[in-house]
Design a protein around this ligand. Structure first.
Ligand code: D5M
Ligand code: FE
Ligand code: ZN
Length: 494
């Protein structure tokens, strides 16, 4: 028996009590979580005042004392956590494309981009235990019955009733692979055009190639990084200042809440970061006839209005701003940080950091991938079973593909860069995107996936598309546990 329990039993005996065997089992189970002599002491104190003398300590006696102590301990931890104004910010910009962009002429550029994509994804594939089995397509021997593995980009996907055909290209050649097995067809249906796939193939007697199995590059199952301090990061996006449907009242309430003027003090005073994943303003000329939806038609003035709101956020809270498809930077991914020419008023706010999209930022040891999410349109449009109501499922596919915008020639413009900055070459602890205007979350193999909603009410375009946004609702991440809570700022709190 655990010596601490022997000691506790002896102490109970000397006070004239016995422990029921179930009570001893209970002590065994909790011995390394709590100070059991303290638990026992509480129980004995409770027993001494009783009119009817009870001399046996039951399991239920211990349970109630134990839960009381546990609650006290938790309260202690909470109240001893300092406010975020007493904690220095720890922002490590791990990766930001802004100063590494140099688009090449189109033809040469896209060739370089895809070479870079393949190269970076091969480096990811190299970590697989079966990597040594992967062969270049040009070296495959088409002996019937022969198995092999290949890795290449999905150039085409033809879905028919009974089979799917994938055209897979690597650096050495191209191969058509048939998929008939129902489980493998399911994986095939999740593959995005131009993403990397690993295929376990077999040659048939008739000279065809079938997929025995298909694999995403994927992320390993792991424990994410946590902050040692209890601090919160508000993850938000799609503010759309300048739009007639921007929810000014809700955003003002959010700003007041951050400055501690709306109560909810425990959470509000521990917010250290506000991370914004793009579409900070509504922009101009983003879609045909946007003018009629705008309250402010000058982009610079949209930024002034945004600055007037953000400057009310206390300076100890650090604000990270990244662009989206409504913002006045290039539309093609990756996007650089806001230039001074448009966003001048933001540059005089000392607690704002501007970054490009996508960027990786480590906050107190938590690696956050921030990306607006334009390519979610392509993912939703081309993958059966996905919808705008559940953007986290679409984000999960990007994570599995290890690429933020694989589809070339779809709705998401890609810049002809020498390096493919959109490969997810480090596994993030948090994957934060917006664009869809729907708060949604998931956890995939240790990564928190979070779509961060919006501050814009339903637009006529969304009405037409059947999209139900969840504006004014803000996810708040506890960096010490990656647990998520939300607050709804569309109405007064409580
Ligand atoms: O995107 C706001 C919402 O509208 C988001 O749910 C995606 C959807 N959206 C935006 N552009 C398109 C296209 N081209 N097709 C389908 N759905 C789209 P925002 O970027 O704020 O305008
Ligand atoms: Fe948006
Ligand atoms: Zn957007």
């Amino acid at each position: 028996m655990n010596p601490k329990i022997l000691e506790a039993v002896a102490e109970a005996l000397s006070a004239g009590y016995q422990l029921h065997p179930d009570a001893i089992d209970f002590l065994e189970a909790v011995a390394d979580r709590l100070d059991i002599t303290a638990v026992l002491k509480t129980v004995l104190q409770g027993k001494t005042g009783l009119e009817v003398q009870e001399t046996v300590i039951m399991k239920k006696d211990l349970e109630s004392a134990f839960s009381g102590l546990l609650a006290e301990e938790e309260v202690d931890v909470k109240h001893s956590a300092p406010a975020s104004s007493d904690i220095e910010a720890e922002i490590e910009i791990v990766k930001d494309p802004t100063n590494n962009l140099s688009p090449l002429p189109s033809l040469e550029g896209y060739r370089a981009l895809f070479e870079s994509r393949l190269h970076k994804l091969y480096n990811i594939v190299k970590e697989r235990p079966d990597a040594y089995q992967i062969q270049p397509i040009s070296r495959l021997k088409d002996t019937p019955g022969q198995n092999a593995k290949i890795a290449g980009l999905v150039m085409e996907k033809q879905v028919r009733r009974n089979s799917t055909t994938l055209t897979i290209d690597d650096e050495t050649g191209s191969l058509d692979v048939f998929v008939t097995d129902p489980d493998v067809k399911k994986t095939a249906s999740e593959l995005l055009n131009d993403q990397l796939v690993i295929a376990d193939i077999a040659f048939t007697k008739s000279g065809g190639v079938v997929a025995r199995n298909l694999f995403h590059p994927d992320v390993p199952d792991r424990k994410p990084g946590f902050s040692k301090k209890r601090l919160y990061a508000v993850l938000t996006s799609d503010i759309h200042v300048g739009s007639k449907t921007f929810l000014l009242d809700a955003f003002q309430r959010f700003v007041l809440w951050l400055s501690g003027r709306l109560g909810d003090e425990y959470i509000a005073s521990r917010v250290k970061y506000v991370v914004v994943a793009g579409d900070v303003v509504d922009g101009v000329g983003i879609y045909p006839n946007q003018d009629k939806d705008l309250e402010e038609t000058d982009v610079k003035l949209q930024f002034s209005k945004l600055a007037q709101l953000l400057e009310q956020i206390p300076v100890h809270i650090k604000i990270l701003l990244t662009p989206g498809n409504h913002d006045p930077v290039r539309q093609a991914l990756p996007q650089p940080a806001f230039p001074k020419s448009y966003a001048e008023p933001l540059f005089s706010i000392s607690n704002i950091t501007m970054l490009g999209s996508p960027s990786y930022v480590r906050l107190h040891g938590v690696n956050i991938l921030i990306y607006h999410g334009r390519s979610l349109d392509d993912v939703v449009a081309t993958t059966p079973g996905l919808s705008y109501a559940k953007p986290a499922a679409a984000m999960k596919l990007l994570l599995k593909a290890r690429h933020l915008a694989p589809v070339y020639g779809g709705r998401t413009p890609l810049a002809p860069e020498r390096e493919d900055h959109l490969v997810i070459d480090q596994v993030p602890d948090v994957f934060h995107a917006g664009h869809v205007h729907v708060v949604d979350r998931d956890n995939y193999r240790g990564t928190l996936i979070l779509n961060s909603g919006a501050w814009q009410a339903k637009t006529s375009f969304q009405e037409y598309m059947g999209i139900e946004p969840t504006p004014g609702i803000v996810p708040i991440v506890d960096l010490s546990s990656l647990e998520v809570i939300t607050r709804d700022f569309t109405k007064p709190l409580r």
